[in-house]
Structures are given as structure tokens and as C-alpha cells.
Design a protein around this ligand. Structure first.
Ligand code: NAD
Length: 282
């Protein structure tokens, strides 16, 4: 029975996962590399809860209850109390492999170790532990409190028992699950990133302006934002790195990143997070 969820990394995703877990009754332990990072993540959660109070979705006492369920730490050792650990640290293979080796030592042998990676092989991460059957992908979408989906990714050796436990936790978090097999890009990014890439190729070829590409897809296919706006939102560096994973991992040049996308990244125009990508932001 999973009661306590450990979350490693208190950035954008880790803090969102902590918020949703605590709001749905789980005890949460969240860790990061420094007090500043942990505090940043925690105040991000508090701000999101304030916004929910303003919208009259929760009360002040609900907020206090949610925050009281979250324990902050810089000591990974505290993860020994968790029955499930969700790793949401930076997207770097070495970082994740080292963390899983450590979590293998720290946690109880029955503890499930999940990763929120967008693009690294679950099977490879699982192989850094002695319990690959208990390692699984839980790919939350950004922003976690808003987005309904969790893409659950089964590694080569993930057991049915682990999978079922994760389905149960996901449901308790109020999320809807799709299940994907462990191939590069899983399901969502396998479909999404080539679509975004094609929008950059279209822009590069002068087929239409950036504004018109986004307007066409918005009004023509009924999506809430166009592919270039979405790329700015995700981060152009992230989109580029996922396309590189697809091209390398699947060995197919149909995933070749658009040279224009690469040029934006080289110029430091990484999207919304830096105020400038395909479009400009205040
Ligand atoms: N941002 C997205 O849209 C998105 C969507 C789905 C999945 N993801 C995945 O979620 C993960 C986190 O992404 P993010 O956007 O939250 O990144 P982020 O940069 O906002 O946060 C990452 C956090 O991990 C911390 N960290 C690094 N090494 C650590 C360690 N050894 N121990 C503990 N903490 C450590 C960093 O200090 C940072 O606070 C990545 O694997 C990413 O691919 C991101």
C-alpha cells in the first residue's frame, strides 16, 4: 500500500507532482540538491495553491493541509520512508543513473522507483538497480496540476504488479493513464515532436508565417495552441534534444531536427522561459 511518495528534484515537474500527490492525500518527501532549490519548489506549490484559493477551488485550510503533508529535504536518505519514489531531476543520463543506484541502496527492496524522464530509456535506468521489475516510467505532463495525463511507460523488465500499483496511484492522483512501451520518445513525444519539427520546416521553407502556421493549426485542427507556440512553451532546447533522441534511437533520418530549430537554440532563443523563442514574451 503506497502512503508516502518520495520525489527527487523540486523543479517545475517535481514541485507539480508533489502538489498533486499531497492534494490527493499522499504524504510527500521532496528533495533537491540545495535548500534554495527545495524552498523554490515549495513556494511554487504555495503560489499555485493561492491561485486555487482565489478561484475558490480550495479553502485556506485546504492549502495548509496540503502543505503540511510535504516534507522538504536535501538528504536523499529520507527516501527510505517512501513506498514509491518518483525521480524528477534534471534530464541527464548520468544524473539519473547515479540517483537510481543510490535509491537502490537507500530504499526498501519493495519500494517502486519511477522516473519522470521525457526521453531516457526506462530499461536503461532500471538496469542501474537490482530491481528492474520495480522500475517504471511515470511521465507527467507540464503543468502537472492542470494536465490530466500520465503516460505510464513499461520498461523491458517492469512487472505487472508494479504496473498495477502505479495505475492505482495515478488514479488516486486524479489522472488518466495511457500506457506506452519503452521506445524512444514513448508515445506522446513520438507523435508530438515530429509534428512540431514539421512546423519549423514549413516556416524555414517560407510556406507561411509563424503566426499563420499557428493560426492554421489552431483553427484548422482545434488544438488550444499552435505548434510553434507550443514549442516555445516546452522549450526549443528540449524539443531539439527529444528529436535527437528519436533520430538516434530509432535510427531514422525522418526525425532529423529542422536546421531552423537548431538555429533558434544556438541563438539562445529557447522559448517562453527566456522571454524569446519563435515569438517574443514580456
Ligand atoms: N518541463 C517539462 O515540460 C517536462 C515534462 C515532462 C517530463 N519532464 C521531465 O521531468 C524531469 C524534470 O524536469 P523539470 O522541467 O522539472 O526540470 P527543472 O530543471 O525545472 O528541475 C530539475 C530539478 O532537479 C534538481 N536536481 C538535479 N540533480 C539532482 C539530484 N542529483 N538530486 C536531486 N535533485 C536534483 C535540480 O536542482 C532542479 O531543481 C526531467 O527528466 C524532464 O525530462 C519535463
Amino acid at each position: 500500500m503506497i502512503k508516502t511518495i518520495g520525489i527527487v528534484g523540486s523543479g517545475q515537474m517535481g514541485s507539480g507532482i508533489a502538489h498533486v500527490a499531497a492534494q490527493n492525500g499522499f504524504d510527500v518527501i521532496i528533495s533537491d540538491v540545495s535548500d534554495e532549490r527545495v524552498e523554490e519548489g515549495f513556494s511554487h506549490i504555495a503560489k499555485n495553491l493561492d491561485r486555487m484559493i482565489q478561484k475558490e477551488k480550495i479553502s485556506e485550510s485546504d492549502k495548509e493541509l496540503v502543505l503540511s503533508r510535504i516534507q522538504k529535504t536535501t538528504h536523499l536518505q529520507l527516501m527510505e520512508e517512501a513506498q514509491l519514489v518518483v525521480e524528477a531531476a534534471s534530464e541527464n543520463v548520468e544524473t539519473k543513473l547515479a540517483l537510481f543506484e543510490e535509491l537502490e541502496e537507500i530504499t526498501h527492496e519493495d519500494t517502486i522507483l519511477a522516473t519522470n524522464t521525457s526521453s531516457i530509456s526506462i530499461t536503461k535506468i532500471a538496469n542501474a538497480t537490482k530491481r528492474p521489475d520495480k522500475v517504471i516510467g511515470m511521465h507527467f505532463m507540464n503543468p502537472v496540476p492542470v494536465m490530466k495525463l500520465i503516460e505510464v511507460v513499461k520498461g523491458h523488465l517492469t512487472s505487472e504488479q508494479t504496473y498495477k500499483a502505479i495505475l492505482e496511484v495515478s488514479e488516486k492522483m486524479g489522472k488518466t493513464v495511457v500506457t506506452a512501451q519503452d521506445f524512444p520518445g514513448f508515445l506522446v513525444n513520438r507523435v508530438l515532436c515530429p509534428y512540431i519539427n514539421e512546423a519549423f520546416f514549413a516556416l524555414e521553407s517560407g510556406i507561411a508565417s509563424a503566426e499563420d502556421i499557428d493560426l492554421a493549426m489552431k483553427l484548422g485542427t482545434n488544438v488550444p495552441m499552435g505548434p510553434l507556440t507550443l514549442a516555445d512553451f516546452i522549450g526549443l532546447d528540449t524539443v531539439l534534444s527529444i528529436l535527437e533522441v528519436l533520430q538516434r534511437g530509432l535510427g531514422d533520418d525522418k526525425y532529423r531536427p529542422s536546421p531552423l530549430l537548431r538555429r533558434y537554440v544556438d541563438a539562445g532563443c529557447l522559448g517562453r522561459k527566456v522571454g524569446r523563442g519563435v515569438f517574443h514574451y514580456e
